[in-house]
Design a protein around this ligand. Structure first.
Ligand code: IVH
Length: 682
């Protein structure tokens, strides 16, 4: 090929990479995509194709390398050029006051300007860019030596692989925190539960577990994100040298995510009001934090203050109150949930944790009680984190009294006395009473009206208890038949509050399909699945009528979830309640669904594949079957209409033909990535 042609291909590859990274930034960092997903996929496949045809141009900094690489045997160690230190902690206002005083005295100033930042509860990492390209990424480790997790960090879409053409220094080390957003954490656990795999205790554990994978493809399949908070080693002068705040703005301009909550504040007053304000926002932030960090803003002052025993004098972490405490288990009782699941709950000696007094903590299920070996009388660590239900984390064995009692599941439901059963393969015991069981009925109503479902404001536990006990409400449909007279007869229900409840019920009639499906409380259908069902099917009648096979064509819906949905709608009682709800005026906008006909739900329908050569992990027959189950056709010959040619080792002339026609060529790994991807599109 002519030199000029080769040059133009190289240029084309470079342009595609820049274009793809620009869209990555728009989509993942700014949350403001410029083009539809399908257009993005096209760019991506074109780049993959060119890189396969011209492997001499494939480089480590290509966005195609974000999907994960060959698994490692072990992590290698990386020595940090500048140690990654930790922060001293302040647990009270007076600790902060002492810090501010020390700073003022050392700098001989009356008032100090600080930058206040959230303290991310994730994993500290260092990213080294040489000439604008991400070369190595490492964990903090012991501060001196960390682990090389470059391949894993490259899979995180909010971490730039190439810095934009700006005046970046020849060597720049960016430091920050890798974390998993709360929403991604909930979705991950929902997926893990469906697949019967490990459930993570909190977003931090999920992020740590995802980042410390020898197989970067696993990391790539998890939604991780990154926030920059500082600079480590840096050669050259492009970096702003005046303030921490300008450093953060500089990092932002290079495409790094920086917390929006960062603020320049003055003196003690500024620090404490920031702490309060972030404390109030904490539950609503998209990520977990365990405090805030204050840093002297002027870099020259930082330098002057320096470090003392492994922590800077110019910064401090102001932690939120501890989320764990020790207390005693007074008793273990069981609570009956919406689906009849019996949850053992520890009744505690009241204890103050993270701003509230706890009297109960969940023990999850019998397996967990056995695993942690919790007994009545034990001294335990209880933990609460964010919106998560407080739990018993562990037992202090040394404090176990002689007469500590082992817990046993009751054979009958404590509420309705129906039999308690444990299904094969299930961790939980269940009451068999169904809606005959008042506990299940109450929970069903509470779930139906909860904030993320029908959002009926003011319909709390006490009220629902009374309504169900007095048989005013038996099913969710009964809520829409309530009148003022029935309500004012209830305890502590004045005319005005009864009116408010009726208004809230009326307001809830206008809802969305996703909320309505979620509100029905179908087993194994959480919020994410409900949203998927609404998105793919578009209307309720299609959901009621759909069969198991078609249901499973919706990404992320497997046999277990499909079966639960079928079972739910097979009950005539459930269909009746839905009809009554619609008749009372509960409504939502319907649409055609993401794909028009049930038959075309398959994610690859309309696409044509051709296979050539020998595949390593499966026979061609098996590959054909996989592709066809996703709706695509597998053909024997390559034409202009072929969408993808899959190439194994020793490919035949089909490969050459694909190259000459410009058809996308994928190897086996890329095929698997594509199949996994279309299976999991949300
Ligand atoms: S600055 C020399 N800023 O907290 C001090 N650290 O206890 C460098 N962390 O391992 C740290 N959010 O991973 C800084 N906004 C923030 C932070 C932050 C979280 C973590 C960091 C470090 C630990 C120190």
């Amino acid at each position: 090929m002519m030199c000029a042609e080769i040059d133009s291909i190289k240029q084309q590859i470079q342009n595609l990479r820049a274009e793809i990274e620009r869209h990555n930034y728009q989509y993942y960092t700014l949350d403001a995509p410029l083009i539809p997903d399908a257009e993005y996929d096209k760019l991506f496949v074109s780049l993959q194709h060119l890189e396969r045809a011209y492997p001499q141009f494939l480089t480590e900094d290509s966005p195609t390398q974000r999907v994960g690489a060959t698994p490692l045997k072990e992590f290698t160690q990386i020595k940090h050029a500048i140690a990654m230190l930790s922060l001293n902690n302040a647990f009270s206002d007076s600790d902060v006051e002492a810090f501010d005083r020390r700073v003022k005295e050392a700098l001989l100033k009356d008032s100090i300007e600080y930058v206040a930042e959230p303290k991310f509860d994730g994993i500290a990492v260092s990213l080294r860019y040489e000439n604008g390209i991400l070369r190595t990424g490492a964990t903090r480790g012991d501060g001196e030596v960390g682990e090389d997790i470059t391949l894993n960090l490259k899979t995180i879409r909010t971490i730039p692989i190439v810095l934009p053409q700006k005046n970046y220094p020849p060597l720049l080390e960016v430091r920050g925190e890798v974390l998993m957003l709360k929403a991604d954490f909930l979705a991950l656990n929902e997926r893990q539960a469906r697949k019967g795999e490990k459930i993570f205790a909190n977003p931090r554990n999920a992020a740590a577990g995802s980042l410390r994978q020898l197989d970067s493809k696993i990391t790539a399949s998890r939604q991780l994100t990154f926030f920059a908070y500082g600079v480590g080693e840096c050669v050259d002068t492009a970096l702003p040298t005046s303030t921490q705040h300008s450093v953060l703005n500089y990092l932002l301009s290079l495409g790094f995510p920086v917390a929006q909550e960062v603020k320049v504040v003055a003196g003690m007053k500024g620090l404490l009001s920031y702490y309060q304000s972030i404390g109030q926002q904490r539950e609503n932030l998209p990520y977990d934090i365990d405090g805030v960090v204050y840093k002297v803003n002027a870099l020259r002052d930082q330098e002057q203050l320096g470090f003392v025993s492994r922590a800077p004098r110019f910064a401090i972490a102001h932690k939120f109150p501890a989320q764990e405490a020790l207390t005693q288990v007074l008793d273990i009782s069981v609570q009956v949930g919406r689906t009849g699941a019996l949850t053992p709950v520890a009744r505690l000696q009241p204890v103050f944790v993270g701003g509230v007094t706890l009297t109960n903590a969940t023990l999850h299920n019998l397996d967990e009680i056995i695993r942690k070996d919790v007994r009545v009388g034990d001294t335990v660590v209880v933990r609460r984190a964010g919106d998560v239900i407080p739990e018993v984390a562990s037992v202090i064995m040394e404090k176990r009294p002689q007469n500590a009692l082992i817990f046993q599941m009751p054979p009958h439901c404590p509420i309705c006395h129906s039999h308690v059963v444990r299904l094969i393969d299930e961790a939980v015991f269940r009451c068999t009473g169904g809606l005959f069981c008042l506990a299940q009925r109450k929970q069903a109503i509470l779930h139906f009206s909860s904030r993320r479902a029908m959002n009926i404001e003011g319909l709390g536990e006490k009220l629902v208890d009374q309504m169900v006990d007095q048989a005013i409400v038996r099913t969710p449909a009964d809520l829409y038949r309530l009148g003022l007279a029935a309500l004012v007869n209830l305890e502590r229900m004045a005319q005005k509050s009864a009116g408010n409840i009726l208004q809230a019920i009326e307001k809830s009639k206008q809802t969305t399909l996703a909320r309505f499906i979620y509100a029905l409380g179908i087993r194994n259908v959480g919020e994410t699945t409900a949203k998927d069902l609404a998105k793919y099917l578009g209307n309720l009648d299609r959901l009621i009528a759909i069969d198991e096979i078609h249901l499973q064509q919706i990404p992320d819906i497997g046999p277990v979830v499909a079966q639960s949905i079928i079972n739910f709608f097979a009950e005539s009682h459930n269909r009746e309640v839905i009809e009554q709800l619609r008749a009372s005026g509960v409504h939502w906008a319907e649409h055609e669904g993401k794909l028009l006909h049930a038959d075309s739900i398959l994610p690859l329908s309309g696409k044509t594949f051709v296979l050539t050569g020998t595949l390593a992990t499966m026979s061609r027959e098996q590959a054909k079957e996989k592709i066809e189950t996703l709706g695509a056709k597998v053909s024997n010959s390559v034409s202009k209409k072929t969408d993808y040619v899959i190439v194994g080792s020793d490919p035949g002339s089909k490969h050459d033909k694909a190259v000459s026609l410009g058809v996308a060529i994928l190897n086996e790994d890329e095929l698997m990535i594509l199949l996994n991807k279309v299976q999991s599109v949300s």
